[in-house]
Design a protein. Structure first.
Length: 247
């Protein structure tokens, strides 16, 4: 069975993108709104091997414990849907893909670009921004259901590994309501120091277009990492950025 890899730069296998963004084309990269992407993907959660056979969920979990395998979205030539496929990893190709992924998954906002200074003005009405002086920042723009538990488990592991936790402030920001966020965090626990709920004004100020975005800023609040989505390659980039600012 021949398969064709699609949209691997834009979404990870366990991700259902539901951010309400408009379709646009930038530098040859096409992004779609979440509803259109969902229509293209198999929603069953079933994982297949590269021959098209279903793989038992326990076996999938066991295969993913190491670094030999990953899950990607693939579409069979005769199929109408993209399906989750477990695939043996090629680390060289993944490194090359990561460089392309960093470009494809840059946040849309000019305020959230690597190398720029992160403005804390949008947070001024909700927290004491002076308390963030000389602190590194992990900022997570999140909403319930934007990623599966497994993906944020990886982020939680990175946060747990920080050697100087007092030097890092984790800001979890959601435009969703209190009840929605509370229910979402029960299903997908995420470590944070500060939680901003019903923060539509904040996400609007940062021009996130309500996309799931993670960024890391150093002690001077220079953005060292910023990406929407969280495939494995992006988690790797997040880890490298956190190691750099962990002082």
């Amino acid at each position: 069975m021949r398969t064709t890899l699609l949209l691997s730069l834009l979404i990870c296998a366990s991700t259902i993108v539901t951010a309400q963004t408009t379709q646009k084309t930038t530098s040859g990269i096409v992004t779609m709104n979440g509803a259109d992407l969902n229509k293209m993907m198999d929603q069953s959660g079933i994982v297949y091997d590269e021959e098209g056979n279903k793989v038992d969920s326990l076996k999938v979990a066991d295969m993913l414990k190491g670094e030999k395998y990953r899950i990607v979205l693939m579409k069979k030539n005769s199929d109408s849907l993209m399906r989750r496929v477990i695939q043996k990893r090629d680390l060289v190709k993944e490194a090359e893909q990561y460089e392309r992924t960093k470009i494809a998954l840059r946040p849309p906002s000019p305020l959230l670009q690597v190398g720029t200074t992160l403005s804390l003005d949008p947070l001024a009405k909700k927290t004491n921004t002076e308390a963030l002086t000389q602190k590194s920042i992990l900022m997570i723009f999140w909403y319930p259901g934007c990623f599966s538990t497994n993906n944020y488990d990886k982020v939680n592991e990175l946060i747990r590994s920080i050697k100087n936790p007092k030097g890092l402030e984790v800001l979890l920001i959601s435009h969703e309501t209190v009840n929605s966020v509370a229910d979402g965090l029960k299903k997908t626990p995420i470590f944070y120091n500060q939680l901003f709920i019903d923060a539509g004004a904040v996400t609007k100020a940062y021009q996130t277009e309500n996309m799931p975005i993670m960024l890391v800023a150093d002690q001077n609040h220079t953005i060292r990492f910023a990406s929407w989505g969280n495939p494995d390659s992006i988690i790797k980039g997040l880890k490298e950025a956190l190691l750099e600012v962990d002082k």
